[in-house]
Design a protein around this ligand. Structure first.
Ligand code: KG4
Ligand code: ZN
Length: 335
């Protein structure tokens, strides 16, 4: 069983080997929508209310009891401190009450591990491109059970954060990623050439695999302001498409560069933004041209869920990794 509470989804998944038996989820996203972003205190309270019923639902869906479990995995970090503590506390209580071993795991590794539920064991080494509301990282997966390191990350906003902020500028609802994805399908991605952060020659030495999206967001904001100042309408679909292209262009270019430069043949996409249709299409096109294998799970498994934590837990149990000592902390800045 895997428990996920790092942000606004209370997720409880149950897997056997690579088979997904249950993926129960309760989300507080609607409670955050009017604030235009996740409010930590609101998320923590919602996790507390949803925790036990969501565990029960997952057990019922899978047709198992707590005593049947080989392990309980829980996201120990990174994420919102208060939100993480709810999941970690609950997992420890279940573990102590049942004697089932506990595994405190990394949320980013779990986003990678979820792919095993759909596409089987991950060929190692692999490059993971993890893009969500909280992180945009290029990971080197040498060993999913132990050695997953970060090659680069966003130095400011995460990719999903940029999607959400630009959606807000365009008057689209929160969380904005899926709305931009939809609007962009009717737009022209070459309508404006928005900036590709950290792609200049001078950035290649220190920020080769890093991203920056705050300049892009500002560029979109300025463009919209100028248009409105001229008394003209903002073509939402075209701006959405051009913005999305700028994000997907840098993400895919740098992930492929990392794979080539490290002699890695497989790239995995994960995280909420990996549900983006243009990111999938462009990554597929470019990976094929570079002779690389690209893997990604279905959109529902890209966003936060319990199945991804269960998938990683299952991998750790199968790999014979020792369980965590029960007093491990929730670690909001875990890397
Ligand atoms: O992985 P996730 O559920 O939560 C975090 O760990 O952050 O990712 C949520 C993020 C949000 O910013 C949301 O707007 C974005 O993923 N997202 C998308 C799409 N679906 C979700 N971004 C672009 N295109 C999508 N289709
Ligand atoms: Zn996530």
């Amino acid at each position: 069983m895997g428990i996920e509470t790092s942000c606004d989804e209370t997720g409880v998944g149950i897997v056997r080997g690579h088979e997904l038996l249950a993926d129960a989820i309760a989300s507080s996203v609607d409670e955050h929508a009017r604030f235009g972003g996740v409010v930590p205190e609101v998320a923590s309270r919602a996790h507390l209310e949803a925790m036990v019923p969501t565990v029960q639902r997952a057990l019922d869906d899978a047709g198992v009891t707590l005593a049947d479990l080989d392990g309980i995995a829980v996201t120990a970090g990174p994420g919102l401190a208060g939100a993480l503590m709810v999941g970690v506390g609950a997992a420890k209580a279940y573990s102590i009450a049942t004697g089932v071993p506990i595994y405190g795991v990394n949320h980013l590794s779990a986003h990678i591990a979820v792919d095993t539920l759909e596409n089987g064991p991950i060929p190692e080494p692999a490059i993971g491109l993890l893009v969500s509301g909280g992180h945009s990282t290029i990971m080197m997966v040498e060993d999913l059970a132990g050695k997953v390191t970060q090659l680069g990350a966003s130095i400011d906003d995460a990719a999903g954060e940029a999607f959400d902020k630009v959606a807000r500028l365009l008057g689209l609802p929160f969380p904005g990623g899926p709305y931009i994805d939809r609007a962009a399908k009717e737009g022209d991605r070459r309508f404006v050439e928005f900036p590709r952060g950290l792609s200049a020659a001078k950035d290649q030495e220190h920020h080769r695999y890093d991203f920056s999206f705050s300049g892009l967001k500002t560029a979109v904001a300025r463009w919209i302001e100028a248009r409105r100042a001229d008394g003209e309408d903002v073509p939402v679909n075209d701006v959405a498409a051009a913005f999305q292209e700028a994000v997907c262009d840098v993400l895919t270019r740098k992930a492929i560069l990392a794979a080539k430069e490290h002699g890695v043949e497989t790239i995995l996409l994960g995280g909420g933004v990996a549900a983006n249709s243009r990111l999938r299409a462009l990554a597929t096109e470019r990976a094929e041209a570079a002779g690389l294998t690209l893997r990604y799970p279905r959109p529902k498994l890209c966003t936060d869920n319990g199945a991804m934590v269960a998938a990683l837990g299952s991998h750790l149990v199968a790999a014979g990794v020792a369980p965590s000592v029960i007093d491990f902390p929730a670690n909001s800045s875990m890397d």
